[in-house]
Structures are given as structure tokens and as C-alpha cells.
Design a protein around this ligand. Structure first.
Ligand code: TIU
Length: 224
């Protein structure tokens, strides 16, 4: 077992039963011209966490942990995009509309690809999800059970939307969850802070949070 100093208490995990989950580090949210920008957000805020996520990904690969990449995406005919979701945003800049990186939030389009420095490699899972949460309509639940995963370490964007929704879904399913503080970001810094606080409130009602340095130390050779 590895032990990470964390909030509200230490987080113990067994790397062989742990997955690093990288939520939606796709061009749609991180680059101009995608869904994030179409919703009126300053996407440059999210760029700042890329080095931290790169480091976590390298650590997970080094320690043979399962890596799961998610993408928020919809089928080309938008049959998996309910009206309530499609109506969000400005006409002409909605899901499925053409943009500088192809059709916004549509599977297979250039904007829907994970940014190059975090590209999945063979053996890693890529989960396309039509919702904010990673379990809804993806089949991920059964795959995680079959794989014997018990612990999930989270990174990605945005903290209060897809990361928090996925973490809450995982918490309800019995997974022990840890969010790495420097490896997640929101378009709204106050929302990120509030999310970190609400996850660990009430004794860890949703899970744990830890710094990247604490995670690096926990996986260092000295502890092995
Ligand atoms: N808008 C926003 O903050 N997030 C999303 O729409 N999706 C994700 O968080 N991935």
C-alpha cells in the first residue's frame, strides 16, 4: 500500500488496484474555438495545469497503473445529446455546430481529441461520454469491476463540472477517490476552490484531495 498525506485524512492505495482518471483534457476545453470558449470562457486558465497532469500521467505509467482518459463527446447525429443540453449556449456556437476545430463536441472531430502531450498510449482506456459523469451511458462501471479497480485518482477539467460529477458517481459506487489539486482546474477559480472544500467536508463526504508533491512522494522508490 502507498500512503498519501491528504485531506481530510491520509489516502492509502494499492497501485495495482488503482486507476488514474484524466477527465476531458481535450482541445474542446483547452484551446480557443472549442466548446469551452463557445460558452464564453477564458480557456487559457485551464492550460496552466497541463504540466501537472503530464507528470501524473508519467508517474501512473511508470508504476503500471491503469490509465483512463475520458472525452465529453456526442455522436455525429447528436442522438445522444438531449435537448436540455443542446439548448445551452449561444445559437451558432452550440454542440454540433461547425467551429475552427470541427463540429463542437462531436466525436472524431479535431477539437474532440485529447491534447497531444497527454495522448493515450496502447493499453490505456479512452472513454467517450455524452454526459458530465464518466459512468453515465459509457459501460465503464462493468469494465472497472472486471479489472478489479478499487481506487481512483482524478485529474482534469473542469473541477466543478465533469471532474466533480465523475467523482460523485464513483463515490456512490464504492470507489475510494482522490483528487490531485494542481492537476484540476475550472474556468472559475472560486468554483475550483469551493469544489475542493466540499469534497473533503464532513469527513470526506465525496473523497480526498492531495497535492501533487504528496502524490509524487507516495510513489517514490523509498516507500516501495
Ligand atoms: N463547461 C464546463 O465547465 N465543463 C464542461 O462543459 N465539461 C467538462 O467539465 N468536461
Amino acid at each position: 500500500m502507498r500512503v498519501v498525506p491528504a485531506q481530510p485524512a491520509a489516502f492509502s492505495f494499492e497501485p495495482a488496484r488503482t486507476a488514474l482518471v484524466i477527465i476531458d483534457m481535450q482541445r474542446d476545453f483547452l484551446e480557443p474555438g472549442g466548446f469551452g470558449a463557445a460558452l464564453g470562457n477564458d480557456v487559457s486558465l485551464l492550460q496552466a495545469i497541463v504540466p501537472a497532469v503530464e507528470l501524473l500521467l508519467a508517474l501512473a505509467r511508470e508504476h503500471d497503473m491503469l490509465v483512463i482518459h475520458t472525452r465529453e463527446s456526442h455522436l455525429a447525429d447528436l442522438s445522444d445529446c438531449p435537448a436540455a443540453k443542446h439548448e445551452v449556449g449561444t445559437a451558432g456556437l452550440r454542440i454540433g455546430d461547425p467551429g475552427p476545430m470541427g463540429r463542437i463536441l462531436v466525436r472524431g472531430e479535431p477539437g474532440n481529441q485529447i491534447i497531444p502531450s497527454l495522448s493515450p498510449i496502447a493499453g490505456e482506456w479512452v472513454i467517450d461520454k455524452p454526459g458530465k459523469g464518466m459512468f453515465y451511458a459509457t459501460g465503464l462501471g462493468d469494465r472497472l469491476i472486471a479489472q478489479g479497480i478499487e481506487y481512483l485518482i482524478f485529474a482534469g477539467v473542469t473541477t466543478e463540472v465533469c471532474v466533480q460529477t465523475s467523482m460523485r458517481e464513483a463515490n456512490d459506487r464504492g470507489y475510494r477517490c482522490l483528487l490531485i489539486e494542481e492537476a484540476t482546474e475550472s474556468y472559475f477559480p472560486a468554483f475550483k476552490q469551493a469544489t475542493l472544500e466540499m469534497i473533503i467536508a464532513q469527513g470526506g463526504i465525496v473523497g480526498h484531495t492531495a497535492t501533487l508533491a504528496a502524490m509524487v512522494a507516495a510513489l517514490s522508490e523509498e516507500q516501495a
